[in-house]
Design a protein around this ligand. Sequence first.
Ligand SMILES: Nc1ncnc2c1ncn2[C@@H]1O[C@H](COP(=O)(O)OP(=O)(O)OP(=O)(O)O)[C@@H](O)[C@H]1O
Length: 214
Amino acid sequence: MEKIFLNNTLPDIFSSETDLRSEIWKHNVSFERGGRYLIEASSGTGKSSLCSYLYGYRADYSGDILFDNQKIRDQKVSFWDTIRSRHLSLLFQELCLFPELTALENVLLKNNLTNYKSAAAIDDMFDQLDIAGKKNTLVGKMSWGQQQRVALIRSLCQPFDFIILDEPISHLDDENARKMAELLLHESEEQNAGIIVTSIGKHLPLDYSKVLLL
Ligand SMILES: Nc1ncnc2c1ncn2[C@@H]1O[C@H](COP(=O)(O)OP(=O)(O)OP(=O)(O)O)[C@@H](O)[C@H]1O
């Protein structure tokens, strides 16, 4: 996938809104593979809705969203299976890790779908994010900031053309945010992938090619 295109897209819930200041809703917006995009949002402007639309969980919007030239509305489960395992990775704001599994088990669940990363490469990522000692800890017993790092590692354990990160550093200090950005950038450059980050506060420190207000 080379391009994600939003064509006059608007969540149904905002259809009667007369004071939209968004640079995304009701606009034509392109996210290009290889680009780095920051979406700055205030609470309630539809950040989670946008992520749900792009990941195929919801379609309560007007206008269109296209992956390359293909509209994503009404696509079959098999389309989304391929997209989610090979083309688009999402780090959920709520992380969606399994608390009753260890950090490593959570990561392997994803990696086993494509065997994209070797065991050594996964170990390296735990090292780089300073949570090597937590690999065998149950996620339910980890802090939220530690869980955010596990969720990033999991999101990198698949091939992708684009990666979407929904408020990835809300619970991280600057040093850990920097380490996360470094790992993300390295992995994305290897795949020439596009990065889309949302933020309502602290920004993941990247050299963004475009900043858009939601
Ligand atoms: N599953 C849903 N179906 C329909 N409308 C929804 C759904 N979830 C949220 N909304 C509505 O969409 C609007 C935007 O909500 P959304 O959760 O996308 O915002 P957000 O920018 O992510 O907010 P926050 O940063 O506070 O989490 C809200 O008015 C909300 O009521």
